[in-house]
Design a protein around this ligand. Structure first.
Ligand SMILES: [Zn+2]
Ligand SMILES: [Zn+2]
Length: 254
C-alpha cells in the first residue's frame, strides 16, 4: 500500500518523523510521496526523500502561496526537479477559491506555468482544487499534461467526469469516511478503479476513527478499508489495484 499524498516536511512531524515512518511501515505502507506547498518546502521534501528510501516527492507551489511566485520560479522549480531522482511529480499546484489566500488571477497564472512545466518535464501533476473546478478544467484543457491526479477529490462526479474521461486520476483521502461526505462517496463509487489513488493528505484530514487527531501515512489503511467496504470488494484487491496505479503514475518500484 502506498500513501500517494502526505506532507512529511510539515512541522507537525518535525518531532517524531522516524516513528511516523516506522508506524507506516508496520502497517504495510511500503512507499510514500511527500508533497511540497512552496519552493522552501520542496527543498525539505527532497532532503527527506534522500534520507528515507521509501519516500519520494513532488515539488511545486500551492495556490495558497501563488502570491509569492516570482518570474524566475519556473527555472527554480525546473532545477529542483532535476536535482534528485526522488522527485516524481510537480505539486501540489492548482486553484483554491475557498480560502482565496492568493488573488484568483495570480492563482490561475501560477497554476498554468507549473502545469506547463510538468508537461515539459513529462512529470505527473498533483493538483489541488477547491471551489474552482470550472477554471481548473479550462487550464488543464489548455495545457493537456500527460499525467495528472486531482488529489483529495471532493467534487461531484459530473464535475470530474471529463477529467476521468481524459485519462486523469482521482485521489481520495479520509474525507470519504466523514458522515456528511455522501457526494464524495458517490464520486469514489463511480471512479474507475484503474484511475483511483489513495492518500492521507497528512497531517490534515485524519480518517474516521482518528478524526480530529494528527493524520499520518499509516492511516491510509483506514481510507483503503473504508473504500473497499464502500465498493464491496476485498481490501486486498483494492490495495493491489490502487498500488499498481500509484506505481505506474509516479514511476515507483512495485
Ligand atoms: Zn491539497
Ligand atoms: Zn496536500
Amino acid at each position: 500500500m502506498i500513501d500517494t499524498h502526505c506532507h512529511l516536511a510539515d512541522r507537525k512531524f518535525s518531532a517524531d518523523l522516524p516513528q511516523v515512518i516506522a508506524r507506516a511501515e508496520a502497517q504495510g505502507i511500503t512507499q510514500m510521496v511527500t508533497i511540497a506547498d512552496s519552493l522552501i518546502e520542496a527543498q525539505a521534501c527532497i532532503l527527506l526523500s534522500e534520507e528515507y528510501p521509501q519516500v519520494f516527492c513532488a515539488v511545486g507551489v500551492h495556490p495558497h502561496h501563488a502570491k509569492d511566485w516570482r518570474k524566475d520560479d519556473t527555472a527554480r522549480l525546473r532545477a529542483l526537479s532535476a536535482s534528485s531522482q526522488k522527485v516524481r511529480a510537480i505539486g501540489e499546484i492548482g486553484l483554491d477559491y475557498h480560502y482565496d489566500f492568493s488573488p484568483r488571477d495570480v492563482q490561475r497564472e501560477v497554476f498554468l506555468a507549473q502545469l506547463a512545466l510538468a508537461k515539459e518535464l513529462s512529470l505527473p501533476a498533483v493538483v489541488h482544487c477547491r471551489e474552482a473546478i470550472e477554471d481548473l478544467r479550462a487550464i488543464i484543457q489548455e495545457v493537456q499534461p500527460q499525467k495528472l491526479v486531482l488529489h483529495c477529490c471532493t467534487e461531484r462526479w459530473e464535475d470530474v467526469q471529463p477529467l476521468v474521461e481524459n485519462g486523469y486520476l482521482l485521489g481520495f483521502t479520509g474525507i470519504v469516511t466523514y458522515a456528511n461526505a455522501q457526494e464524495i462517496r458517490r464520486t469514489a463509487t463511480l471512479c474507475p478503479l484503474s484511475q483511483m489513488l489513495l492518500e492521507t493528505d497528512a497531517p490534515y484530514l485524519a480518517p474516521v476513527p482518528h478524526r480530529g487527531k494528527r493524520n499520518e501515512p499509516a492511516f491510509v489503511r483506514d481510507v483503503a478499508a473504508f473504500i473497499a467496504e464502500l465498493l464491496g470488494m476485498p481490501l486486498k484487491e483494492l490495495d493491489r489495484k490502487t498500488t499498481e496505479n500509484a506505481v505506474a503514475f509516479f514511476g515507483l518500484s512495485s
